[in-house]
Design a protein around this ligand. Structure first.
Ligand code: URA
Length: 244
């Protein structure tokens, strides 16, 4: 149960004061009766709330997979760049990206209002695997595989945790898949820099059992499917977008 004005503001109907005005104007009804009290308690799953004549559908938690394009920042607001949130066609205000990809990094980004899931995926103690495809300037060899596996000094207090490097192309320009279990600032770029390579292209392919849907072009997004929610350890139930 929650207050009517909070419910409407979570769904992007406006600020609490705008919503109060709309209620005053008779623009909100609950189960067919015009609402008068912004503090009226709403059962999010059972009550039928209409705003300006439209029936609202409440999803407690929403989960989206965005194929982040290069050139946008992983933030909710930015004065200079486009943000990842600009790609979502939603009025909902409580969504945010889980973790961060650099301005020039592409790939899988989960966007949700489920703070507990975000916390779980980002918690260093959970060692959630993230796999990146990288193109680098520099020749990657077998030796790099063991260096990455044993942990690298990248200028932090501690060396990096063991990481899995799979070389897919070796030459003056190399390509590789790198799986890490931490989320340090610019971690992948700093790891390659520590072995003398410069990352020229970076794309996240997966995170904690969730894999980027290659049918999504950069800038496109979609709700997570029930099986993807299950992979993240979530059971989609009524009021979550996995049921669609
Ligand atoms: N590591 C990086 O260096 N950049 C990213 O965007 C993600 C991981």
């Amino acid at each position: 149960m929650m207050r009517l004005d909070k419910y409407l503001s979570e769904l992007g109907a406006g600020t609490r004061s705008q919503i109060k005005q709309e209620i005053k104007k008779g623009q909100v009804s609950v189960n067919g009766t015009t609402a008068k009290d912004p503090g009226q308690r709403i059962d999010e799953e059972a009550d039928q709330v209409c705003f300006q004549g439209r029936l609202l559908r409440y999803l407690r938690y929403e989960y989206y997979m965005l194929h982040k394009p290069a050139g946008c920042v992983t933030a909710c607001r930015d004065k200079v760049h486009r943000t990842v949130m600009d790609y979502l066609d939603t009025d909902r205000r409580d969504l945010s990206p889980v973790g961060r990809l650099d301005l020039d990094t592409e790939g899988l980004l989960l966007i949700t209002n489920d703070g507990a899931l975000a916390h779980r995926l980002l918690s260093p103690a959970r060692h959630v695997e993230k796999t990146y495809a990288a193109q680098v300037e520099g020749t990657l060899t077998e030796e790099h595989i063991s260096l990455f596996a044993s942990g690298l000094e990248i200028g932090d207090e501690k060396p990096t945790a063991p990481a899995r490097l799979v070389i897919t192309e070796s030459g003056p320009r190399s390509e590789a898949l790198l799986t890490i279990t931490e989320g340090r600032f610019h971690q992948v770029k700093r790891m390659f820099a520590a072995v003398g390579c410069t990352v020229t292209y970076l794309k996240r392919l997966s995170m904690g059992g969730l894999t980027l849907d290659e049918d999504l072009r950069p800038g496109e997004y979609r709700p997570l499917k029930p099986e993807e929610l299950a992979q993240l350890g979530l059971c989609p139930g009524p009021g979550e977008n996995g049921e669609n």
